[in-house]
Write a protein that binds this ligand. Structure first.
Ligand code: G4P
Length: 528
């Protein structure tokens, strides 16, 4: 095996996603504990934005900005180098999460057993399905009286639109929750409840008829477990790892992250089944991780909030070849040679300078304004990675300049913030009004604050009653031109100069779709 292939096969890059409060941070922490990357609980800070007055922007930023160190957490488990990419929990930053999902090879989805599948979980799963990302599901908080596990499996299948296969199974729940039976290895590891370290006192049962089972969990639970396992093996097809890799089936694990139940089983299955770095689509075909020449793309940009240090960190996912410190690489969009003397890698909570990086790794590149989200870096080739979509924003406001002396600063600021992915900017075809689109209210506070403090520009937002941004295309250029002319007042250009129709209401959108069958209305920019 070549040295490059050996490096690639060691790596697994994934993200944990969940509806806020389901237990993402807790599960992350337990993974890091098992990986030996941290030694005490509480070391991982939640990136959750606690409810604050929206005017308290710095507080929000402080909570959000815990981040650079925890954006990527590398740890090792059983000779596997695992890169765990963090995603913001707050709904208003959902776009950040969608973009992070383009940089991973698989996902662990956490669901709260009391609440079941929540709205945000459904949307995140849609994004996973768009690119056939393999998903493992962890049903958390079994120490609370939640929904019946069989009902939960049904709910997962219907709401997430994917077939499921339990690979572990809970023994009772709520106060009487005792642990999980490992269906794929047919064994049982009973942990004692221990919130601060990985427990050593495990009992291994390798056969459901082992007489010790009754002694350990009681006759009633032992009977119930045997019955459940028989039912599961009867109802659900055998687990086929290929189906998981192809995103046709999601294995399900049960447990209680905070009590360390079921976490090890999940991690073991993860290192066993989760994919190593996979090929990625470009505008010139797929690029395999084993391709000898380096390539990668930027999926996230983190601004330095200190106005005295304007540099940013661009997070780059390595897709092929070997990244080397101080070597010149090709910035495809700018046609420019760049080299990096101080690239950062992220092991657990430490940030270190990295000499080399391989497919699956995420590195941080200090940037003075060369990068925007989606940029490709190569060893000389001119292809560009595809698939960092923009989704239609949900709130639209017009950006007004409050200080005509600072027009240039405002223009520069809003352009840079858009490049960082804080919000989307649409320029109206008639009159060139700037329409800022976001997923949540918080972003408007972020933009206002940052324009003022980092660029010295003052702005105001005026609500616009748009319902959706639709990217429009047509095979019939004339029809497209006609539509753009007739609908001129609602036509805009996005950051890549693509045509966008801003529909005012769902009804108007429906009518336009019906009246213009030759025009395609896209709800994200991924059709490119
Ligand atoms: P998130 O990142 O997905 O938003 O969730 P996080 O891990 O922060 O967990 C949300 C809350 O759920 C936390 O409680 C956490 O302790 C709790 N939790 C996590 N796993 C379990 C579990 O297995 N069982 C139970 N019962 N609770 C669990 P909190 O009160 O918000 O914070 P904390 O002060 O307890 O840390």
């Amino acid at each position: 095996m070549s040295a490059l292939l050996e490096e690639i096969n060691k790596r697994k890059t994934f993200a944990i996603i969940s509806h806020p409060d389901a237990g993402k941070t807790t599960l992350t922490e337990k993974f890091l504990l098992f990986g030996g990357a941290i030694h005490t609980a509480g070391a991982v800070k939640s990136n959750k934005i606690k409810k604050t007055a929206t005017s308290d922007f710095m507080e929000i930023e402080k909570q959000r900005g815990i981040s650079v160190a925890t954006s990527v957490m590398g740890f090792e488990y059983k000779d596997t180098l695992i890169n765990l990419l963090d995603t913001p929990g707050h709904k208003d930053f959902a776009e950040d999460t969608y973009r992070t999902l383009t940089a991973v090879d698989s996902v662990v989805l956490v669901v709260d057993c009391v609440k079941g599948v929540e709205e945000q979980t459904e949307r995140l799963m849609e994004v996973c399905r768009m690119r056939d990302t393999p998903v493992m599901i962890f049903v958390n908080k079994l120490d609370r009286p939640g929904k019946d596990p069989f009902d939960l499996l049904d709910e997962l299948e219907t709401k997430l639109d994917i077939k499921v296969r339990p690979l572990t199974w809970p023994i009772n729940m709520g106060e009487r929750f005792k642990g999980v039976y490992n269906v794929y290895d047919n064994n049982l590891l009973l942990f004692s409840v221990n919130k601060t370290k990985v427990a050593d006192d495990q009992v291994l049962i390798e056969d459901l008829n082992d007489p010790r089972l009754v002694g350990l969990i009681g006759e009633e639970d032992a009977d119930q477990l045997r019955e459940d396992i028989e039912l599961i093996n009867g109802v659900y097809e055998d687990f086929d790892a290929k189906d998981y890799e192809n995103a046709r089936i999601a294995p399900v694990f049960f447990g209680s992250a905070v009590n360390n139940f079921g976490v090890k089983e999940l991690l073991e299955a993860f290192v066993r089944y989760a994919p190593t770095p996979v090929s990625r689509p470009t505008n010139q075909g797929e690029i395999a991780p084993t391709d000898k020449k380096f390539s990668g793309f930027v999926f996230k940009i983190h601004a330095n909030l200190d106005p005295k240090h304007r540099d940013r960190i661009a997070f780059l996912r390595v897709c092929s070849g070997t990244f080397e410190r101080n070597k010149f690489f090709h910035h495809v969009r700018l046609g420019k040679k760049l080299r990096f003397s101080n690239p950062a890698s992220f092991m657990a909570q430490r940030k270190e300078t990295v000499e080399e990086a391989y497919a699956g790794d995420v590195i941080g590149l200090y940037d003075t304004g060369n990068f925007k989200i989606g940029d490709t870096l190569t060893e000389g080739s001119d292809f560009m990675f595809k698939g960092i979509p923009s989704f239609s924003p949900e709130i639209f406001r017009e950006l007004l300049n409050k200080d005509p002396m600072k027009t240039k600063q405002l223009e520069k600021g809003i352009r840079q913030l858009t490049e960082e992915g804080v919000a989307q900017l649409f320029i109206m075809n008639y009159g060139s009004a700037k329409i800022v689109g976001t997923v949540g209210e918080l972003q408007f506070d972020v933009i206002k604050y940052r324009l003022e403090h980092e660029y010295g520009a003052k702005c105001e937002f005026v609500a616009k009653s748009f319902h959706k941004a639709c990217w429009i295309t047509s095979d019939d250029q004339k029809k497209l031109d006609d539509f753009k002319r007739v609908k001129g007042n609602f036509m805009a250009k996005d950051k890549d100069d693509l045509d966008v129709f801003l529909a005012q209401t769902p009804w108007i959108l429906k009518v336009e779709q019906e009246n213009n069958p030759d025009i395609k209305f896209h709800f994200n920019s991924e059709f490119k």
